[in-house]
Write a protein that binds this ligand. Structure first.
Ligand code: ZN
Ligand code: ZN
Length: 356
């Protein structure tokens, strides 16, 4: 993202003289540089990007609004200090959630600043509302997921291993132009499907299993995230009831998502559907989360969130029911918040598919 919105920079600075940006996602967001390794120094009227020689070319082409400075091993802080001096910046904010203690110690010893102030979640809040270009990248990422899942679906049958399904899905997404996965692909079947974030292994799918696939890819830096649950052959009435309840909760959650709505009320709307079917204690996580350059961003659609949804935030809606020993169901879409509702970025069916 070739980001140059002065109001976003002011929100980031929040009265400090400059921001020291060190995380890959914020480097990419605020400078455009996608190489991951580098340090940006951003103020109201200065933009510097410090990289080592491996990234100089890339930084110059991706961050045209920044002065790119190549530093030698051990020379970073001296280069930063030179620029701090020339622009008179004394109070810097830094990404306290992204820095190791030793990095922080090094910067606080070597930088000639009067104060290093923690940035808290300000950068995350700046990234919360997406531009049209960001939304289009995420729409493409979600589309890649839709197509890849469709091509993987014929594999789902008793006797196939979870790890084979995960591998196929990831391969398909790469072939469709994805840069990688947005997180480790989840394929969990049978009793394992009761683990919301279980890992695929050599377990074979069995007749009567529920199989939950939660996955996403990265397209031009932006993540996708979706979940579907499938049945392998005929499933018990109880599993069917769990599926129908989660689907109904998911649709209720989607219909609650709109600009001006409290994030916590969206969670409540979906949760009530699950509670009224007496599965309340089996839905332990929150309804959803923001997505962007990172797979988990603000806002959270949780009972404790104080966020009011705004147009062009991207959030997931992913209720689930997980019953130990029996299995679980989760259904997840990623949506763009709109004035009168939401724009669902995935189009893969949510009707229960019974794989034979
Ligand atoms: Zn997910
Ligand atoms: Zn998610």
């Amino acid at each position: 993202m070739n980001m140059n919105h002065p109001e976003k920079i002011e929100k980031l600075l929040n009265g400090t003289d400059g921001a020291l940006i060190t995380s890959p996602h914020n480097l990419r967001y605020f400078s455009g540089f996608a190489g991951g390794e580098g340090i940006a120094l951003i103020g109201s009227d200065f933009r510097y990007l410090f990289v080592d020689s491996r990234y100089t070319e890339e930084a110059r082409s991706e961050a045209p609004n920044f002065e790119v400075i190549e530093f030698k091993a051990g020379g970073l802080c001296a280069e930063i200090n030179n620029r701090l001096k020339s622009c008179g910046a004394l109070r810097l904010c830094f990404e306290d959630n992204e820095m190791t203690v030793s990095e922080y110690q090094r910067y606080s010893e070597k930088l000639t600043v009067s104060e290093l102030c923690p940035i808290g979640d300000r950068a995350d809040k700046v990234r919360m509302v997406k531009t049209d270009e960001e939304i289009e990248r995420m729409r493409r990422a979600e589309k890649i997921g839709d197509i890849a899942l469709g091509k993987t679906l014929p594999m789902l049958s008793a006797g196939i291993r979870e790890c084979d399904i995960a591998a196929e899905l990831e391969y398909r997404m790469r072939r469709l132009g994805a840069e990688g996965t947005s997180f480790d692909t989840i394929v969990v079947s049978g009793a394992k499907s009761a683990m919301p974030h279980g890992r695929p292994d050599e377990k074979m799918l069995e007749h009567g299993d529920l199989v939950t696939i939660d996955f996403g890819c990265v397209y031009k830096g932006y993540c996708s995230d979706m979940t579907r649950t499938f049945a392998i052959g005929d499933i018990s009435d109880e599993k069917k009831k769990i599926y129908d309840t989660v689907l109904s909760a998911q649709l209720t959650g989607l219909s609650a998502i709109r600009a001006g709505e409290k994030a916590s009320d969206c969670d409540r709307a979906a949760r009530e559907v699950i509670e009224s079917a007496d599965f309340g204690k089996y839905f332990g996580h929150s309804l959803g989360h923001g997505v962007g350059l990172k797979i988990h961003e603000l806002p959270n659609l949780s009972p404790r969130s104080e966020v009011i949804l705004e147009e062009n935030m991207i959030v997931t809606c992913e209720p689930g029911i997980y019953i130990g020993g029996l299995g679980g169901v989760r259904i997840e879409d990623m949506v763009a918040v709109k004035e009168n509702g939401c724009d669902i970025l995935s189009s893969f069916t949510k009707e229960l598919i019974i794989c034979r």
